[in-house]
Design a protein around this ligand. Structure first.
Ligand SMILES: [Zn+2]
Length: 88
């Protein structure tokens, strides 16, 4: 999985991919796929899957200290112990 900084880079490569004038998806998003696969060692071929999974894994920041929660479903902040309010 990606951390926040890596995800920011991946997002950039993703939006860059839309501007590449090629019809083949894997060609368009070659930079993103390479970046992700080099980082993770996966052989991901679907750019959307990368963005989707990464967003799910990263989750949100603590309302109290601003540090990211470990997982999207974490009930407690690992840094400050803040109880998380999950709006679902
Ligand atoms: Zn916190």
């Amino acid at each position: 999985m990606l951390d926040k900084n890596e995800f920011a880079i991946a997002s950039e490569l993703y939006s860059k991919g839309f501007k590449v004038a090629k019809s083949d998806r894997q060609e368009k998003f070659k930079e993103l796929l390479e970046y992700y696969n080099n980082l993770t060692g996966f052989g991901e071929t679907e750019p959307n899957a990368i963005m989707h999974h990464s967003l799910e894994q990263i989750g949100s920041d603590c309302e109290n200290c601003g540090k990211p929660y470990r997982t999207p479903k974490a009930k407690l902040c690992a840094s400050c112990g803040n109880k998380r309010i999950i709006a679902e």
